[in-house]
Design a binder for this molecule. Structure first.
Ligand code: 5AD
Ligand code: SF4
Length: 476
């Protein structure tokens, strides 16, 4: 049997094992429901990035199949799950803070099951701390085995003890898991897991493991199924989508994958994130240029405008490389919208380095940007660098950067007023239900008069007013 065929069989078996456990638990839950008349409820809180948000949809899918109903109120939940992030220290602190509250909840309701998963759980120090100081937690698992949630719940019920299952790496990619999508008409699809880049500040490669690409046929089949189910917009997810396919037996580039995805009939919009500048190839730009479905938006983190700092960050491109890449992208699709991630206060960042960051922002003219204050992550090379920048200096730089981005962003959006754009309507506006809200191809939100039957449709909208990072519009 070839290695590839063997993997398929393994996957099928693992998915089958889990679905059997889900059925067993469902039968137990149904019995308990018959006795108590009370439907068990789950509450999931997701910290961090889109990858985590997508993992949470899968976790929710499993819990729903077991028989849990969804609630947003932790106080009425029987199962509380935190899908954690550890990219910055702040995210960790938030989790510990909220665990204190959960402890009190559990004292009043001992049957409450508390589960923790995600990136933070891949760190040994975190597990040690939870084992020592947060004994009331029931289930802990990491990023590589989310598909086993049902099995972990079963083990917890049978053993009555804290269940910890953390894998250092993923053994196999398990396909065909249940998933509970937030929207009927748009969905995220993982194309790869992990990251090989080891940017010197970043903990992701340590907690998400090495790059693993899903097979193109698995990705395309998932997308076809989603489209049959009413999805018109797909976001392809990976920590570094541009290096998709390098580790596959029959290697395939991200540009080729996009061409395959484009062929799926009924699919109307394709998005992807995140792109590492060093791997964004000319082939990809060519596919982007000629595509009818790829949205004209690229999220292209540059992190710092200073070549010296980029080198210390191990980003493997210079300021000029980045600007040249942007020039090529804009030449291919002049309507493109760019967004980015920027870190302020990387160790040793001088005023001059920071000026280069401002310069890139001004030259590229991003529609918006995620700006982060550098956070020291133990175990990463940057944590050992001296010359940490003082909080006061960081604050000044951060505010200056923020103001510059705001000003440029709102100048760009002002220019869209009067134009007509295709908009995918996503929801009835929460604050004013005479309005619906949707997204332009460039990912910006527009509100307009409309009713819920427009949800999931792509319609032409004329922009009548720009409000910084969102618009008001009308049916065109
Ligand atoms: N400190 C601050 N920001 C970070 N990021 C990753 N690691 C750190 C860190 N240690 C940011 C990067 C990345 C985004 C997802 O998070 O900008 O692109
Ligand atoms: Fe972290 Fe760099 Fe990998 Fe992004 S590319 S996840 S910043 S190591």
């Amino acid at each position: 049997m070839s290695e590839r065929a063997q993997t398929t069989v393994l996957n099928a078996t693992e998915a089958q094992i889990q679905s059997r456990i889900i059925e067993e638990l469902k039968a137990e839950f149904d019995k308990e429901f018959a006795q108590t008349g009370k439907q068990k409820k789950m509450c999931i809180t997701t910290f961090g990035c889109q990858m985590n948000a997508h993992d949470s949809e899968k976790l929710e899918g499993i819990l729903e199949q077991i028989g849990y109903e969804k609630t947003d109120d932790e106080n009425e939940a029987d199962f509380v799950l935190y899908n954690t992030c550890t990219v910055r220290e702040n995210a960790n602190l938030k989790v510990y803070g909220r665990l204190g509250h959960l402890n009190k909840l559990k004292q009043n309701k001992p049957s409450l099951v508390i589960a923790l998963c995600g990136c933070m759980m891949q760190e040994d120090t975190v597990i040690a701390k939870i084992k020592k100081s947060y004994r009331f937690v029931d289930i802990i698992f990491g990023t590589h085995n989310i598909y086993k949630l049902a099995e972990l719940i079963k083990t917890r019920r049978e053993s009555g003890r804290m269940v910890i299952d953390i894998w250092k790496e993923q053994k196999e990619i398990v396909e065909d898991l249940p998933s509970d999508r937030k929207y009927k008409f748009k969905a995220c699809v993982n194309i790869m897991y992990g990251c090989n880049n080891f940017c010197s500040y970043c903990i992701v490669p340590y907690v998400r493991g090495r790059e693993r690409s899903r097979k193109p046929e698995d990705i395309i089949n998932e997308i076809k199924r989603l489209v049959e189910d009413g999805v018109v917009e797909i976001t392809l997810l990976g920590q570094n989508v541009n290096s998709y396919g390098k580790n596959l037996q029959d290697s395939m580039s991200f540009a080729n994958l996009l061409q395959e995805v484009e062929k799926v009939e009924g699919l109307e919009r394709i998005r992807f994130m995140t792109s590492h500048p060093k791997d964004l190839s000319d082939d990809l730009i060519e596919v982007f240029k000629n595509s009818k479905k790829i949205c004209s938006h690229i999220h292209l983190p540059f992190q710092s405008g200073s070549t010296r700092i980029l080198n210390l960050m191990n980003r493997k491109y210079t300021k000029d490389d980045y600007l040249e890449l942007v020039r090529k992208i804009k030449a291919a699709r002049p309507d493109v919208t760019l967004t980015t991630d920027i870190i302020v206060g990387f160790p040793g960042e001088t005023d001059e380095d920071f000026e280069h960051t401002l310069d890139v922002v001004k030259q590229v003219k991003y529609n918006s940007a995620y700006t982060f204050i550098y956070s020291k992550r133990t175990g990463t090379p940057a944590a050992l660098m001296d010359d940490q920048v003082s909080d006061e200096i960081i604050k000044v730089r951060f505010n200056k950067l923020h103001d510059t981005i705001q000003e440029i962003g709102s100048n760009i959006t002002d220019k869209e007023v009067g134009g007509t754009y295709k908009v995918l309507i996503e929801e009835v506006n929460e604050k004013d239900n005479s309005l619906v809200s949707g997204r332009l191809e460039n990912n910006l939100v527009v509100h307009l008069k409309g009713t819920k039957d427009l949800i999931g449709k792509i319609i032409n909208v004329k922009i009548v007013e720009a409000k910084g990072f969102y618009f008001f519009g009308e049916l065109a």
